[in-house]
Design a protein around this ligand. Structure first.
Ligand code: FMN
Length: 605
């Protein structure tokens, strides 16, 4: 028998003895008995929480896992007497108990040395006959999973955000539906003209009222079109849009700083108040640092000189961060760095803590999580990481309120976990920037990649070998390059003639504009439902979609027609609450069965 007598280890018994004990039903009480001699005292102190121990030996993992059982053995707080409902100890009853998240729940022991289970109602007394009482868990509402400060600041019931999807795929209708359900939605303004965004604002305001529930809209960074970025910013400021999600930024621009600083003022108590909140969606610490810091003085000075900020606004902007809501975006649909949330989130949280300490801001900065959230387990894990709120995207694209045409939604509803790929995108094609798209049922990814490879290999359309050009025209573009160029020319004549001048000077740029026509059109076709070009559909989508489909299979949410954005959200949140409860109970030592860790979608609300 190998005896563990090293004081670095918590378990002064033999590994074999502990393993044997673990195989017995009431091992929690047997283990103390196998401690002998002077090790027993060490062990008792450990179990009572008084002995600091270094549990470093991987060989002890199995023994380690017994710790909660052993410690609860010594931590009976009182006695629980059941009321009308009996205590639950067997697996089926425990699985059902886990789902009752809105009720306080007592963790009790079946007998002085028996299994741990749970009880509802009844009475807890200091001593007497009844079940040994280990502790009580308070109610757990889906509303409470995130940071309550988030809900209070924005006046929402749930810490849940429906992310913007470009070209109005996150429609005004979708924003209205989630706002009415006590969540927040951001209109998908990317790729739309200021007039189209204005129309959406009209629709949302008409439905929700000026001072109605919270909603927002997207300000997407446009490196090639700063005027458009500025116009959209003007629109939001002049229309009084109170929440703006700034995304795709690689640093601060005058437009986003203006959105943040315009309207800053002090209230009667001298506290700095904002007219609008910036949500910054990002995946890189250096970008996060810029948004979590006050706007740079030079940028404020420029805006002040241009008359775009008052002296008071520029001065107050030096005391507050640009954004108080930072969304850490992990592997997602569309533009993504493909970072796993579990790696990205803690880094941004630690950065937030450092910057909060450094700047001593009056208000907290909240960090939310996006990317890959398509199941209750994923949502629960985001909250467990510390997310103040969660943001979903891909899963809402197949919702009935989404702006995607029906055939695209059907394609999404059939996607599996691996049915996505990275492919070149239109807005930063020449730089080789890629977006995550649906692979199943469409050739877009492969075709766009082919265009990029050709772009890299040749200097102009004229330099393309005849066979290469012919294959591009027949297999990808679907029309001769000359026809595409005519259309591109018409577009830029009104939109931005400088592009045409550059194309005249740089044949490679002309080739890029022709290829970008395909990439741009490929994201319009699934929105309008251009069935002839179904194989060219560019549908932005992350692995969350496949995970969601897998979870929804066999439930009412399998049918695409039942996928309302609110039912998706409520089910993800309710499921996350159930899984969180299951984990709480497991950590308290209750042997929660596997069924307790699953939540099937159901109509809620
Ligand atoms: C079809 C589609 C279009 C999107 N368009 C935008 C956009 O225009 N601006 C933006 O900030 N994020 C955009 N996103 C990202 C979402 O707002 C959200 O952050 C992301 O989808 C969350 O990750 P998930 O797809 O894994 O749920 C888009 C996502 C999808 C799926």
């Amino acid at each position: 028998m190998e005896l563990l007598h090293d004081r670095r280890f918590a378990y002064p018994c033999s590994i074999q003895a502990a393993r044997r004990a673990a195989n017995q039903p009431d091992f929690s009480c047997r283990i103390p008995r196998i401690a002998t001699g002077h090790f027993a005292g060490h062990w008792r102190r450990y179990l009572a929480g008084r002995e600091p121990t270094a549990l470093v030996n991987p060989r002890l993992f199995e023994v380690l896992s017994l710790a909660p059982f052993m410690s609860t053995d010594l931590s009976q707080l009182g006695t629980w007497n059941p009321g009308a409902q009996p205590a639950c100890f067997d697996p089926a009853a425990l699985a059902a108990a886990v789902a009752r998240v809105r009720e306080p729940l007592h963790v009790v022991r079946e007998s002085p040395h028996g299994r741990l289970g749970v009880g509802f109602g009844g009475r807890v007394v200091a001593a007497g006959t009844g079940y040994p009482w280990i502790g009580t868990l308070p109610p757990l509402y889906p509303e409470w999973l995130g940071d309550r400060g988030f809900c209070e600041t924005h006046g929402v019931r749930f810490p849940y955000v429906v992310g913007e999807m470009a070209r109005g795929i996150t429609t005004a209708r979708m924003v209205i539906a989630v706002a009415r359900a006590g969540m927040m939605g951001f209109f998908g303004a990317g790729g739309l003209s200021p007039a189209q965004v204005g129309t959406a604002i009209d629709e949302i305001e008409a439905a929700l009222g000026q001072d109605g529930p919270a909603w927002g809209a997207n300000l997407i960074h446009s490196p090639y079109n700063p005027e458009l970025e500025s116009l959209i910013a003007d629109l939001y400021i002049s229309r009084g849009v109170k929440r703006i999600c700034a995304s795709a930024f690689m640093g601060l621009t005058p437009a986003v700083v203006r959105c943040a600083a315009k309207g800053l003022h002090r209230d009667r108590e001298g506290r700095i108040q904002r007219r609008r909140h910036i949500f910054a969606k990002l995946s890189r610490p250096e970008v996060a640092e810029a948004f979590m810091s006050p706007a740079p003085p030079a940028l404020l000075e420029t805006l002040l000189r241009a008359g775009q900020l008052t002296a008071e606004e520029a001065a107050l902007a030096t005391y507050v961060p640009v954004a108080e809501d930072i969304t850490a975006e992990a592997d997602s649909g569309g533009h993504t760095d493909n970072r796993p949330l579990a790696a990205l989130f803690p880094v941004l949280l630690a950065l937030r803590d450092r910057l909060m300490q450094h700047h001593r801001y009056p208000n907290p900065i909240r960090v939310g999580a996006a990317g890959g959230l398509g199941t209750p387990a994923a949502v629960a894990s985001a909250f467990a990481l510390g997310a103040a709120y969660v943001v979903t995207g891909s899963v809402n694209q197949a919702a009935v309120e989404s702006g995607l045409a029906e055939d695209g939604k059907r394609m999404l509803a059939e996607a599996g976990l691996a049915d996505v790929m990275m492919a070149p995108c239109a807005d930063m094609f020449e730089l080789g920037v890629r977006v995550q798209v649906l692979r199943r049922g469409t050739m877009y990814g492969v075709r766009a990649q082919r265009l990029y490879d050709v772009y890299r290999s040749y200097d102009s359309l004229e330099a393309l070998p005849a066979e290469v050009r012919q294959r591009l025209e027949t297999e990808i573009l679907g029309v001769p390059c000359a026809d595409v160029w005519s259309e591109v020319r018409r577009f830029f004549e009104t939109r931005d003639p400088r592009e045409l001048e550059r194309a005249e000077r740089e044949p490679k740029h002309r080739m890029a504009l022709v290829f970008r026509w395909y990439l741009g059109m490929a994201s319009k076709w699934p929105v309008v439902g251009e069935a002839r070009r179904r194989l060219d559909y560019q549908i932005w989508c992350g692995p969350a979609m496949g995970a969601f489909n897998d979870w929804a299979r066999g439930s009412f949410l399998q049918a695409q027609a039942n996928r309302s954005v609110v039912q998706i959200a409520l089910n993800l949140l309710e499921g996350a609450a159930v899984l969180t409860r299951a984990q709480q109970l497991r950590a308290a030592g209750v042997a929660v069965p596997d069924a307790g860790f699953s939540f099937a979608p159901r109509p809620l609300g």
